[in-house]
Design a protein around this ligand. Sequence first.
Ligand code: AMP
Length: 210
Amino acid sequence: MRMILFGPPGAGKGTQAARLLERLGVAHLSTGDMLRAAVREGTELGLAADGFMKRGELVPDQLVCDLVVERLAKPDCAKGFMLDGFPRTVPQAEALDRTLERAAITLDLVLVIEVPDDLIVDRITGRRTDPVTGTIYHMTFSPPPPEVADRVVQRSDDTEAACRTRLAKYHAETRPVLPVYEPRGIVKRVDGVGTPDEVTARIMATIGLA
Ligand code: AMP
């Protein structure tokens, strides 16, 4: 399986990716996770990306594309991969096409998790992550258990201002990526409103893993 997980910020991509990866056993390529690691490690890429990320803006295409091209060349991607948060612009999709074409690889699926804008700000501002396990919680909808509650952290771009910028970028720059894939007949859409379990069940049914 070679797939793209697609959707607005706060659609539940991270939560659903973890569940899907358990079933699919493919490599997980989250550009957000890779960029956050680069920021933590203080690499040149991290220093360049940090300000864009904090403001909720997109990191320049060239930086992100180099990161993905390098990662796709690693041996674990031969068993299949899930791109999560990439491509986010049409030039990124074109760069991905060129890379895959060179390797004679085609994409099998673009899975879109759809959530209306008016639910997204609440979802994002309430989001917290357990730094020990990576589990994602929501302070209202899916609160952490008491033994975890004291250690959860909030992403620095999960503020309301950054969230609104991310949502605007999604509509202006990321949604236009879908028409690149529609003519190939590989785009499948899933309603992302509901509990994480309900959304997982819809995804599994849609991609034939139920
Ligand atoms: P995410 O974890 O996918 O929500 O990504 C967090 C932030 O990382 C985004 O708001 C962007 O600033 C940056 N980012 C992640 N993936 C990309 C991408 N494909 N292109 C540009 N910026 C990205």
